[in-house]
Design a protein around this ligand. Structure first.
Ligand SMILES: [Mn+2]
Length: 245
């Protein structure tokens, strides 16, 4: 029986400008991704996404490569991040990706798993959660979508700069996930594994709750010196550095 690997990645934050990260992602799609059963992108694939109209053009090479991957028979799943939550049906149609709800329960390699971008678990960051609720609300979204392209770009870059300043001033514990939110997610979804990104703090956290072993895997963000994905197959999880695979 052929091994059926599932690959997961998040927080690539691919920019609109030419970048080695964009090249690496294209190498990933043409290389290791082709041998997988499924590829899950758990959000913030793009650093900014102001709408499918602009995004599909700004990221034409990635869109074509994602399409080639799904045409080759690899299942492609995409979850929104806080930077690219405006990805919509146009992206799904162009790439062949299925858009997932956040959180999403899935059985990966036989393990009941909860997948999430991760920002929903950062409940101690009240200011951020307020912004999250506002930005995902249909009314402001419809208003934003009706703005001309240059205005949408300007608003996005203002929001990004502001959030960078806000986050820099907050203590680490506030911007990380809340353990209470994680426990509630384990209980609610009845899973023994959570995989998420967003915090840029790659780690494996193991919990022992009433004799039950649970684990929380935090995916790594991509940097010039580190581009990795998580490979889930044959009963083990492995972080694989793209440059060495
Ligand atoms: Mn994020």
């Amino acid at each position: 029986m052929p091994e059926t690997a599932v690959l997961l990645l998040s927080d690539l934050h691919l920019p609109r400008e030419p970048s080695p990260l964009r090249e690496s992602f294209l190498r990933f799609l043409a290389g290791p991704a082709r041998a997988a059963q499924a590829v899950y992108v758990l959000g913030d694939l793009f650093d900014v996404w102001i709408g499918d109209d602009a995004g599909l053009q700004d990221h034409a090479p990635e869109i074509a490569a994602l399409r080639a991957l799904s045409d080759s028979g690899v299942e492609l799943y995409f979850m929104h991040g806080n930077r690219d939550f405006l990805i919509g049906a146009g992206f799904a149609a162009a790439t062949g990706a299925r858009l997932l709800d956040d959180p999403q329960r899935a059985t990966l390699d036989g393990v009941p798993t909860l997948l999430s971008h991760g920002d929903r678990f950062c409940t101690q960051d009240r200011g951020y959660q307020r912004w999250r609720r506002f930005s995902r609300h249909p009314a402001p979204r419809a208003l934003y979508a009706a703005f001309p392209l240059p205005l949408r770009r300007a608003i996005a870059s203002y929001a990004r700069a502001r959030s960078g300043r806000d986050q820099a001033g907050k203590p680490e514990a506030i911007t990380d996930v809340s353990e209470a939110a994680i426990r509630a997610a384990f209980e609610g979804a009845r899973v023994t594994r959570i995989i998420h990104g967003h915090t840029h703090r790659p780690a494996e956290h193991v919990y022992q709750d009433g004799g039950q072993r649970r684990e929380r895997i935090v995916l790594a963000d991509w940097r010039p010196d580190r581009q990795e994905y998580l490979r889930c197959a044959g009963g083990e999880l492995r972080r694989i550095e793209l440059t060495r695979s």
